[in-house]
Write a protein that binds this ligand. Structure first.
Ligand code: ZN
Length: 167
């Protein structure tokens, strides 16, 4: 808490970290891609030095991959990954507490609320447990009461981001 009693701006710090990861990640992707292109160009110009070109191509490919993984989107994909043996269509259910400016209707009791729990169902195509394409997405919103009675085990989920557990 600050002296004036206003809450510590966790969101701000979070946004900065996210921004740094995004910029850093995409810089790596950019230079990795550029290096890969130059390696390909090198291979066309001097077919004799294939070994070195392959090695350089591999190094740039590695940079590109690291860049993709570091970006928040890439990390979210990895964080949500299933088992490495998972291939084909997969389903995920994500829960998060929500607070909305406009009220929403609880799918269970039909009353209007501005905060509650959102359950997001996602059907996706995965390769080695990592999402490649989202096939279908649907979200249900519950009021706090219904969320507690219907999902009493899951609402205390400690893996939820800290900023979504404000109340
Ligand atoms: Zn309800």
């Amino acid at each position: 808490m600050n002296n004036d009693g206003s809450p510590i701006p966790i969101r701000g710090a979070d946004a900065i970290a996210r921004f740094v990861n995004t910029v850093g990640g995409w810089l790596l992707v950019f230079f990795g891609g550029l290096g890969l292109l130059s390696a390909v160009g090198h291979a066309i110009e001097r077919p004799g030095a294939l070994g070195i070109t392959l090695f350089m191509g591999f190094v740039w490919m590695l940079l590109l991959t690291v860049g993709l993984v570091v970006t928040p989107r890439g990390r979210e994909r990895l964080a949500r990954r299933g088992t490495p043996s998972e291939f084909g269509t997969a389903h995920r259910v994500d829960e998060r507490t929500i607070r909305t400016a406009r009220s929403f209707q609880c799918v269970s009791c039909d009353t209007d609320h501005q905060q509650g729990l959102e359950r997001r169902f996602t059907a996706m195509f995965v390769v080695a447990g990592i999402r490649v394409v989202t096939l279908h997405e649907n979200a249900n919103r519950y009021c706090p009461t219904c969320a507690l009675t219907e999902h009493s085990v899951k609402t205390g989920d400690s893996t939820a981001p800290a900023r979504t557990r404000e109340y």
